[in-house]
Design a protein around this ligand. Structure first.
Ligand code: MG
Length: 369
């Protein structure tokens, strides 16, 4: 099979709740997502998606994704899209860094491999564990009582794992964590995600104030060394997210005992191929994972489902169903949350069919696309 063309589409994904707020005064109202199609001489196409969490979360932004795809895609024409490692090596040779640019291209190749082989991506990633897997719900930054009330609302939708967006004023954040923890029931999991928003001394104050609260602390500070100092001071389970962007950082964090859990986002590490490598390494090392992406619609939710479902359950803390947060459906066949849990498609590839009427005209065509 050879790649004959690459197309890209821009799609806006508004939020059901109007906006999503996290540390540093950051918020997004409408997500800017990009869908990539990779077309082959076998007459089948694969699809992938990249949706940064705005331009201020990671070194990634939506227009940059499209510019990067236009840069990389011409170098992929004529290659066999089912040879994932060869494809990734080529992408890394023609564009250094920019992992998020390569994520949708890699995801589309996995979709093609699955369609060509008649296998779901979850099977190609190692096989399914059980019928389904748990999801977490992010609780947008708000007043402590408002955030605590969301625990009950989201539990009524089936969720049992709740991620509070903190990383603001530490006194307010301490109140947020206590208010939300008071609403927990047995079996619930609470994660306080600062998204790099605290300085080290602020984070240590918060860690001290929640020593007796059943809460995980996630990515308190911007730099790895600051997070490590907080980790060494805290007695709470500890999650690293933003600083874990490749396999080297996983190994460094493991050597330092810097975390109990990582948040593995597909586009942060450059696609499913590299996410699988990190996932498998974490399984061997005993590091648990939340598996997700920066944001996305139906295609990214499908990709998350395949990676999460093929992860041993004891090391999968949770995953995310981004397609339930947004008002627009971009593909048929995407997994839908049931009682706070998700299952991956059993159809070939990602198991989705893009809604071409929703995607509209491509913003990019390379080769015979
Ligand atoms: Mg996080």
């Amino acid at each position: 099979m050879r790649i004959t063309g690459v197309s890209a589409y821009r799609i806006e994904l508004p939020l059901h709740e109007g906006s999503y707020k996290w540390s540093g005064g950051n918020s997004v109202e409408v997500f800017d997502s990009t869908v990539v199609g990779i077309h082959s001489d076998a007459g089948i196409s694969g699809y992938g998606e990249i949706c940064p969490l705005g331009p201020a979360y990671l070194p990634a932004y939506a227009a940059g994704a499209r510019t990067g795809i236009a840069e990389v895609a011409p170098h992929l024409l004529g290659m066999d899209p089912t040879e994932l490692q060869v494809m990734n090596r080529r992408m890394d040779q023609v564009l250094r860094g920019h992992p998020y640019v390569k994520s949708a291209l890699d995801m589309a190749c996995w979709d093609l491999l699955g369609k060509a082989s008649g296998q779901p991506v979850a099977v190609l990633l190692g096989g399914r564990y059980g019928d389904d897997f748990p999801l977490y719900r992010a609780i947008s930054q708000d007043a402590p009582d408002e955030m605590a009330d969301k625990v009950g609302l989201y539990r009524s939708q089936g969720y049992t794992k709740f991620q509070l967006k903190v990383g603001g004023n530490p006194d307010t954040d301490i109140a947020r964590i206590h208010a939300a923890a008071a609403k927990l029931k047995t079996g619930d999991v609470l994660i306080a995600d600062a998204n790099t928003g605290w300085t080290q001394h602020q984070a240590i104050r918060v860690a001290d104030a929640v020593r007796d609260v059943d809460v995980y602390l996630e990515q308190p500070c911007l730099h790895y060394e600051e997070c490590l100092a907080v980790r060494q001071h805290s007695n709470r389970p500890f999650v690293l997210d933003e600083v874990i962007d490749d396999v080297h950082m996983v190994l460094r964090g493991y050597a330092d005992r810097a975390m109990d859990v990582i948040n593995l986002k597909i586009s942060k590490v450059g696609g499913l191929t590299k996410a699988r490598q990190i996932r498998d390494l974490c399984v061997s090392l005993g590091i648990a994972m939340t598996i997700e992406d920066t944001w996305g619609g139906d295609i990214i939710t499908a990709a998350i489902a395949h990676l999460a479902h093929s992860t041993p359950p004891e090391l999968l803390l949770s995953a995310t169903d981004f397609n339930s947060y947004v008002t627009v459906s971009i593909a048929e066949g995407a997994p839908q949350r049931t009682n706070g849990r998700l299952t991956s498609s059993t159809g070939p590839g990602l198991g989705i069919q893009p809604r071409m009427d929703v995607l509209g005209e491509p913003v990019l065509r390379i080769g015979m696309a």
